[in-house]
Design a protein around this ligand. Structure first.
Ligand SMILES: *Cc1c(COP(=O)(O)O)cnc(C)c1O
Ligand code: SF4
Length: 320
């Protein structure tokens, strides 16, 4: 796949999206600093004519985003405190997170990095050598997490070079990729992608972001199956979102569908209090009850850990 060709195939105009999905044009809202972006490959999974469709509400900007709500901030995780180098965040022992790009294939309305100032600067961090230098000098780092944005918006040739540079750092053992792309655009799971994930010295793990069982159609299941068949462990993370998945039946179906396709549910994240996303909030008590409901229904390995980020903690905080 050529670099970012899928961007050309995305819908960016809320009025056009409403027309395509048979929705009233009054639902079309423009949010200038984080505009609509949704790949066409996602649209076939959205129910026609339903303004409350759980996939639609994740991508369609709404008026609720424009109201200021106390406690919801632009940098809800104080991530700027964790920056140890250009595009490099270190919050937890042994692991660093590399912001490889600010681009995504989709603009999720609840994204905690939606106001990230880096979004308006360079599209892609072209020069990784300062970050690589920093990783090379810190022997406590065992694992590098490629994040963003979505690292898989970058071309495979570039990612393969990065993976090779990381493999050349002797104290590194693992390379993790956090991505939503295989769910949004399953064709992104190319032979080239599998090639660099499997080709190097480092153990690679892929964590896919998926929020609703209807996101996993046959194409997505096939794409994730190809990664797993190639020997790449695939885990999932989900954000608990009001009106999307805050219901025991939906969550149980999501977790069961994931283990059926051999993806292991890893984290259920509490929403970070990012400005513009307060309408997605689910109180902790409800999340805790949802996890209890999952435990009563599903095998233990199908139940994710319910976690939240709290600035300054040694790990994500497990709520249930
Ligand atoms: C979430 C996160 C990690 C990974 O945490 P795990 O619990 O190992 O999945 C690492 N670094 C940063 C900055 C993170 O936000
Ligand atoms: S894919 Fe991830 S980083 Fe990109 S907008 Fe969605 S939640 Fe944010």
């Amino acid at each position: 796949m050529e670099s970012l060709t899928f961007e050309n195939d995305a819908v960016r105009d809320p009025a056009e999206l409403c027309r395509m999905l048979g929705l009233d044009s009054s639902l079309a809202v423009n949010v200038a600093d984080f505009p609509l972006l949704v790949p066409r490959t996602y649209l076939s999974r959205i129910r026609h004519g339903d303004p409350n469709d759980p996939l639609l509400v994740q991508v369609l900007p709404s008026k609720a985003e424009l109201s200021e709500v106390p406690g919801y901030r632009n940098d809800p995780l104080s991530e700027s405190d964790a920056v140890i180098g250009p595009g490099l965040l270190k919050k937890y022992q042994g692991r660093v997170l590399m912001v490889t790009t600010v681009e995504c294939s989709v603009h999720c309305r609840f994204c905690f990095r939606r106001h990230c100032s880096c979004r308006v600067s360079a599209r892609t961090i072209e020069d990784w050598s300062p970050a690589l230098g920093q990783i090379a000098t810190d022997r406590s780092i065992r694992e590098v997490i490629l994040s963003g944005g979505d690292p898989l918006t970058l071309p495979d040739a570039q990612l393969a070079r990065l993976a090779q540079s990381l493999a050349d750092i002797p104290h590194l053992r693992r390379l993790r990729v956090h991505t939503r792309l295989p769910v949004m655009i399953p064709a992104r799971v190319t032979d080239e992608l599998i090639g660099w994930l499997r080709g190097g010295r480092l153990t690679t793990v892929v964590v896919v972001h998926v929020n609703h069982p209807a996101e996993i159609d046959d194409a997505v299941a096939g794409a994730l199956g190809r990664l797993i068949d190639a020997g790449v462990p695939v885990l999932s993370q989900t954000v608990l979102l009001s009106g999307v998945n805050d219901c025991p039946d939906v969550l149980a179906e999501l977790c069961e569908r994931l283990v059926d396709i051999r993806v292991m549910p890893y984290y259920l994240h509490r929403l970070d209090p990012v400005a513009g996303a307060s309408h997605f909030d689910v109180p902790d008590e409800i999340g805790i009850r949802l996890i209890a409901a999952l435990r009563a229904r599903l095998p233990g390995y199908a139940v994710p850990r319910y976690v939240r980020e709290r600035p300054g903690e040694a790990s994500k905080v497990v709520l249930a």
